[in-house]
Design a protein around this ligand. Structure first.
Ligand code: SAM
Length: 233
């Protein structure tokens, strides 16, 4: 998988990939990173990339030409590059998207700054527009990092133990059941006794029940959306 980050601030993105699992994935040639700065494609004297909003309005907007020129070059090199614009107006980014996008060969994240990017760029080049939550960030870099991280761990070979993926939250529309490790008793709080007896069928049933209860309590929206799933359990 190749990730291209189109950003005015590559130093906000780069360090995240310089350690741990995502660093190992690059060393193993599973993941390749590229950074492109729209400023390098600005043709004006001061490499300006933003301008006043048409019709007025607070704040500046990134204007089309540098980003479009840059995206044209990317598309020419790889017509299959999948272009994602993070934006508050996008559809919510979910685990199901992370899994689907992990099968792509090249994803391009275009980070907006200031008041965002001229809408015509998004309309022409955006394969998808995603929001990572109902709040406004100062730029698209964090959102691109969130999405690329979630996508990466679904790429074959990135995680040491891929079994862990199938047991995680959102896999079957539910939150993961509570998990415990040693010691068996910590500050008067004990691990559920069945977890220590080694009967995997019972542990599995218990975990499904706990997962359903946890989802209903913490994420009633998720519970209702996947209600059929829980009825079967
Ligand atoms: N004026 C825009 C609005 O009200 O919708 C907000 C622009 S925001 C200050 C600048 C950039 O941050 C956006 O272009 C986008 O790339 C990114 N961004 C902000 N909030 C986001 C969110 N919730 N999800 C994804 N990207 C976001």
């Amino acid at each position: 998988m190749k990730f291209t980050f189109v950003t005015l601030f590559e130093n906000l993105v780069k360090p995240y990939f310089e350690d741990s699992i995502l660093k190992r994935a690059q060393n193993a040639k599973i993941l390749e990173l590229e950074f492109k700065n729209p400023r390098d494609y600005a043709k004006n004297k001061h490499q300006k990339v933003d301008d006043y909003q048409a019709g007025g309005g607070a704040g500046l907007l990134m204007f089309p030409e540098p980003i479009c020129d840059l995206l044209d070059i990317i598309k020419k090199d790889n017509p299959n590059a999948h272009i994602i614009f993070p934006a508050p107006a996008g559809k919510p980014f979910r685990q199901i998207d992370a899994k689907r996008l992990a099968k792509k060969e090249h994803i391009v994240f275009v980070s907006g700054r200031y008041e965002g990017i001229d809408e015509r760029v998004i309309e022409e080049y955006g394969d998808e527009v995603f929001s990572i939550g109902d709040y406004v960030l100062t730029g698209g870099e964090l959102a691109s990092l969130v999405m690329s991280d979630a996508i990466s761990r679904n790429i074959k070979g990135v995680l040491g133990n891929e079994d862990s993926l199938s047991e995680e939250s959102f896999e079957d529309g539910a939150l993961e059941a509570p998990s415990f490790t040693k010691p068996n008793i910590f500050r008067d709080s004990a691990i559920p006794s069945e977890f220590l007896k080694g009967n995997h069928a019972i542990i599995c049933t218990l975990k499904k029940e706990m997962s359903g209860l946890k989802t209903k309590y913490f994420r009633p929206d998720l519970f209702l959306r996947n209600k059929g799933q829980f009825d079967e359990k």
